[in-house]
Design a protein around this ligand. Structure first.
Ligand SMILES: NC(=O)c1ccc[n+]([C@@H]2O[C@H](COP(=O)([O-])OP(=O)(O)OC[C@H]3O[C@@H](n4cnc5c(N)ncnc54)[C@H](OP(=O)(O)O)[C@@H]3O)[C@@H](O)[C@H]2O)c1
Length: 220
């Protein structure tokens, strides 16, 4: 598949590594421009592009930038993506440490991915947000392996969600359907599933144990 990755840090960089290794055609962008991505391009074969071009023709787009940077993404970012593009949001809202206070999240009680979806003007699928970036490289396992990790996946567009779940399976992980985007508080920072290294049953149980109240460490 043609895949656009926006953000080439911990999570975007490692997804670039694995998705190119699987044979996907990866276009990757950061904030400083393609000339700063030559090492990653040489290592992986991914094509560095300006952020405006990252989603062009893409069947899957990954948004892997800090939440505070989402409003800086160019308008019309997804206008030239392929029909039916699945947009993965890996983001976590860290108001105290990184992102600052975002009023709509705090006051309206929006899930952070719903906020991101509104900012970019396209439905998103929340995935990878609670996965250690290093585990994307170190923990892929074949289907059926007893120590295969599972990732929760939330979103409203069932076709896009199915596409994302199939891609995660190809990356070497199981998935658990975590519901629609308004349910995605169950996998936000501070919840039992966030950072949990477990299989399908453990992840499913952790999702049910989440509290809808945003933990104090993740409020501002
Ligand atoms: N680290 C993890 O293990 C992990 C795991 C799961 C989810 N997450 C979440 O995923 C998101 C990204 O985390 P990260 O750790 O990968 O961050 P990171 O290492 O700081 O990388 C952020 C990337 O986003 C790029 N970026 C920032 N502003 C941009 C803009 N306006 N346009 C295009 N690119 C922009 C940066 O480019 P420049 O360097 O050029 O500025 C950099 O490549 C966060 O919300 C984080 O909470 C992280």
């Amino acid at each position: 598949m043609r895949i656009g990755i926006i953000g080439a840090g911990n999570i975007g960089g490692n997804l670039t590594r694995r998705l190119t290794a699987l044979g996907h055609d990866v276009f990757v962008a950061n904030s400083r421009g393609p000339h700063t991505l030559t090492a990653l391009a040489e290592e992986t074969g991914a094509r560095p592009v300006p952020v405006e071009e990252a989603a062009r023709g893409a069947e899957v787009v990954v948004v892997a930038v800090p939440v505070k940077a989402v409003p800086d993404l160019p308008a019309g970012l997804l206008d030239e993506a392929a029909d039916g593009v699945a947009v993965i949001d890996t983001g976590n809202y860290y108001p105290k440490e990184r992102d600052g206070r975002i009023a709509e999240i705090e006051d309206e009680g929006l899930t952070e991915s719903r906020w991101t979806e509104r900012r970019i003007g396209h439905p998103v699928i929340k995935a990878f947000n609670g996965t250690y970036a290093q585990d994307i490289l170190d923990r892929p396992r074949p289907a059926g392996a007893p120590d295969r990790l599972a990732l929760p996946v939330a979103g409203d567009d069932e076709a896009a969600k199915a596409k994302v779940r199939a891609l995660i399976d190809e990356l070497g992980f199981d998935t658990v359907d975590a519901g629609g985007l308004d349910d995605s508080w169950r996998q936000q920072p501070g919840t039992p599933v966030y950072g949990l290294r477990g299989g399908v049953a453990e992840v499913g149980k952790a999702l049910t144990e989440a509290s809808p109240e945003r933990p104090a460490d993740f409020r501002a």
